[in-house]
Design a binder for this molecule. Structure first.
Ligand code: GLY
Ligand code: MN
Ligand code: MN
Length: 454
């Protein structure tokens, strides 16, 4: 028997308690700072025009989602640690006509009820209500330049507050960067964060396996991308964490190649850098494999060299070491490989000092990973490198890129671009590779490519 479903409202994607716990962590940390009454404001990004009257799909600002789970544009969170109400939001009003065209809006009442926020107002009341609610505060965390419309309102808010001080001698509230502050919370993943992070890595890994199995010479890069995308959505991803890089042949030497419109030719390598996003957490995996399933001797030489380095770096990871140590280790080993492959010559220290190696390895060894693919969190604290801690997640992605037009490189190596990228979780004693189910050994790759082509 079938019944008609009346989906007249929506529910939050994740349990509101998760976000309440995160807000509590943040308010507690603010209250533990000495003496200065501090508030926090986090706003959504502006909606962006894609073409004419078509907008890009809105993806919530990572920090705003991290603290609220609320996904609509034109929304702002105000946190007032230790005060009542402590959590305040400003959201779009209900609007029958707009909802008929664009879909459901929670409205202030719905947002308050469904998201466990203490008090929710219309977005139109942001300046007026915040002027009242920030009275008595001396400092506010806010991120400038993300949303110029909200920046303008924030300026009015600061001026209103200053005026309200009267002839007291007090100036404006001090403003500190909210993203820097919140990045520190996001950098160490707790149980909930990790469940999402693992799932994002798992979906990403499954998609890479699917793509490897489904690749044959003559397919377009876009057709390979379609295999990745289908697997993402089938397994519950909301979207991709960043634009897919599906780069055949020489295009792999372009780090963030996004055209994905060429044919994958017999004899070429294919570099895929792709990650699914699940509950706002992103995977970030790169694999390179021969389109026809068999590495040429030259391809094998470069690939094996980079793979050995990637594994060596992963084996070195443990709490207490510095992220910059990993980068230096990767750079050193890659320069050795450049010598082995006759890409550079002379003295190693000169290649290092002159930055000549950047011609073939222009990026870093990796980056924090989480809700943003290049995730939030400091790499240095007060100028000093920070030690790696259990609960951090980052990528390890050494690469070697030999442009096709590089006349100084041995001819057989020109046009080969290799990056091998995994995602690791730092544990108490070392690390766990969250993306280990995607083959990267040469024999494994040769055994799997093209085995499920239809
Ligand atoms: N996917 C971008 C990066 O690896 O940094
Ligand atoms: Mn990466
Ligand atoms: Mn990547």
């Amino acid at each position: 028997m079938s019944t008609t479903s009346l989906k007249t409202s929506r529910k939050p994607t994740e349990n509101p308690e998760i976000f309440k716990a995160r807000r509590n962590k943040v308010t507690k940390a603010i209250l533990a700072q000495d003496g200065v009454a501090t508030a926090l404001i986090v706003a959504s990004h502006p909606e962006l025009i894609r073409n004419d009257d078509v907008l890009y799909l809105h993806r919530q600002d990572s920090n705003l989602y991290y603290l609220t789970g609320f996904e609509e544009p034109e929304s702002i969170l105000l946190l007032r640690p230790g005060k009542n109400p402590e959590s305040v939001m400003f959201v779009r009003n209900k609007n029958v006509e707009r909802e008929t065209w664009d879909g459901f809006r929670f409205g202030p009442e719905g947002a308050q009820k469904e998201f466990g926020i203490d008090q929710v107002y219309s977005i139109d009341q942001f300046v007026a209500k915040s002027t009242e609610l920030l009275s008595g505060f001396e400092n506010v965390y806010y991120r400038m330049f993300k949303n110029t419309e909200v920046d303008r309102q924030f300026e009015s808010l600061l001026l209103n507050l200053k005026r309200s001080f009267g002839r007291s001698g007090y100036g404006l509230l001090t403003v500190q960067d909210a993203d820097t502050f919140l990045g520190e919370f996001r950098l160490i993943k707790d149980h909930t964060d990790l469940a999402n992070q693992r799932k994002a890595c798992e979906i990403s890994a499954q998609a890479h396996v699917k793509a490897m199995k489904g690749t044959k010479p003559g397919m377009s890069e876009r057709q390979v991308q379609a295999l990745l995308v289908a697997e993402f959505y089938k397994n519950g991803a909301a979207r991709e964490g960043y634009n897919h890089i599906v780069a055949s042949g020489n295009s792999a030497t372009t780090l963030h190649y996004n055209f994905n419109d060429q044919v994958c030719e017999d004899g070429e390598l294919l570099l895929i850098d792709s990650g699914a996003e699940y509950n706002y957490y992103s995977g970030d995996i790169t694999r390179c494999y021969p389109v026809n399933g068999k590495f040429s001797p030259a391809q094998k030489k470069v690939y094996a060299g980079v793979l050995k380095i990637q594994k060596e770096i992963i084996n070195f990871i443990k709490p207490g070491i510095f992220f910059k140590d990993l980068h230096e280790m990767g750079t050193n080993l890659l320069i050795d490989l450049m010598f082995e492959l006759n890409l550079v010559n002379g003295r190693k220290e000169d290649v290092l000092k002159s930055l000549e190696y950047k011609k073939y390895y222009p990026h870093g060894v990796g980056h924090w990973l989480g809700m943003d693919v290049h995730d939030a969190g400091l790499y240095f604290i007060k100028g000093k490198p920070r030690p790696i801690e259990a609960g951090m997640v980052f990528t390890v992605e050494p690469g070697l890129y030999i442009p096709g037009a590089d006349k100084t490189a041995p001819a057989e190596l020109r046009g080969i671009g290799i990056r091998i990228e995994d995602n690791v979780l730092v544990t108490d004693k070392g690390c766990e590779v969250l993306t280990s189910t995607v083959p990267k050994e040469i024999a494994e790759i040769e055994a799997i490519v093209g085995t499920d082509f239809n």
